[in-house]
Design a protein around this ligand. Structure first.
Ligand code: GLY
Length: 374
């Protein structure tokens, strides 16, 4: 078992990584079982239909041994659940249950369930507690840690949200055994991101061990998850609200990636992690084009991404567009400032930095070259 603290004064919490933790969650999360839900001690759980089907039985048993019962709010899988309509139903349900500010709601699922539940808890009576039990690799190494919560609107993804830290995060790597391989690879892109942005040694290790992690070899998988979370915990503790530029490093690959997701309609054609993977390749190549890293380092980034079965060439997307159209999507990025878009680029493997002097016309020309090369 590994326990990693997210050291935020007054809001610190532990991320516990333990194989089999879901079966024992009553013991691991004892401190967060309800103080004051009236009547029968029912614990509010939010899940999607998949995680409900897979784990509600084990959770009922774990809760039952302590005399508690789980009460479920189940959403359809997918981004559609991060909506005003579902938020309204969820908050009404929590109010009807009598949840108070000292209670905790349990989010069992991927990033969608975590983001929705976290945001509902941020506004529930001006803030109640919640616990993240992430069930995808992407949620385990990224979205469950750090307190970013949000829903989507017609104007874009994650535009309505709040910073609201969980009270605890419980990670059971065994749940990844039932995760589809494509989603496993998409989550692995975020693992690679931690190496590429700030830890050259971890990047070296990932080059040699990607296959083991993707095959869920227990020791390799736990090392990859724990190293990623240690990096995220450090970054969040240094810059909780993304104001100093430190947390923004976590957006490596996201500006290019967001444009690709927008062009492919935020659909299953390109999962978020896949877009981040291709975005990191483009950030590395663009850094090489600016003379900030060597072509060999850019090739290393592309090679480990390709070897992990992630997209590393724009051609693989079959898009009919030019660089200017992709840059136009970037202009709607929520990181866009009044007259420029900060870009996360590389000075080396393990050395990301924020460039504020990037001309979008130059990015469009670079993307045109990439699209032609395709
Ligand atoms: N997923 C990026 C962040 O948590 O800041």
């Amino acid at each position: 078992m590994a326990v990693i603290e997210v050291a935020l004064a007054g809001r610190e919490y532990d991320v516990t990584i333990e194989a089999g933790a879901i079966d024992e969650m009553d013991k691991r999360l004892w401190d967060f079982l309800p103080a004051s839900i009236p009547g029968r001690p029912k614990i509010p759980f939010v899940a999607d239909t998949n995680t409900y089907k897979l784990y509600s039985g084990a959770i009922a048993m774990a809760m039952g041994t302590e005399g508690y019962e789980a009460d479920w709010f189940v959403v359809e899988p997918g981004e559609g659940a991060k909506s005003w309509a579902v938020l309204e139903r969820l908050t009404d349900w929590l109010l009807a249950l009598g949840v108070t500010r000292s209670d905790h709601v349990f989010a069992l699922g991927g990033g969608v369930v975590g983001d929705l539940t976290g945001f509902a808890c941020a506004v529930m009576k001006r803030g109640c507690g919640f616990v993240q039990i992430p069930t995808t690799l992407l949620a385990q190494v990224d979205s469950s840690v750090g307190g970013k919560t949000a829903i989507n609107t017609g104007a874009g993804k994650n535009l309505i949200g709040a910073f609201h830290q969980p009270a605890a995060v419980l990670i059971d790597p065994l749940v990844l055994n039932t995760l589809p391989d494509r989603e496993m690879r998409a989550g692995f892109a975020e693992v690679l991101k931690y190496g590429l942005l700030g830890d050259a040694e971890f990047f070296d290790w990932l080059e040699g061990n990607a296959a083991k992690v993707l095959e869920r070899e227990p020791a390799a998988l736990s090392h990859a998850i724990a190293t990623s979370i240690r990096a995220k915990a450090r970054i969040v503790a240094a810059d909780e609200r993304e104001t100093s530029g430190v947390r923004a490093l976590l957006n490596l690959g996201h500006t290019f990636g967001h444009a690709l997701e927008a062009e492919t309609g935020f659909s299953d054609r390109l999962l978020h992690g896949e877009a981040v993977a291709l975005g990191m390749v483009l950030a590395a190549k663009y850094s090489a084009r600016r003379g900030e890293i060597s072509a060999q380092d850019a090739d290393r980034a592309a090679a480990v991404i390709a070897a992990s079965g992630l997209p590393s060439e724009i051609a693989s997307l079959g898009m009919q567009c030019d660089g200017e159209r992709l840059v136009d999507h970037m202009r709607h990025d929520k990181k866009m400032e009044s007259d420029h878009l900060p870009f996360l680029l590389l000075k080396g493997i393990g050395a990301a930095y924020m460039a504020r002097n990037v001309e979008l016309s130059d990015v469009a020309a670079f993307l045109d070259e990439e699209l032609v090369r395709a």
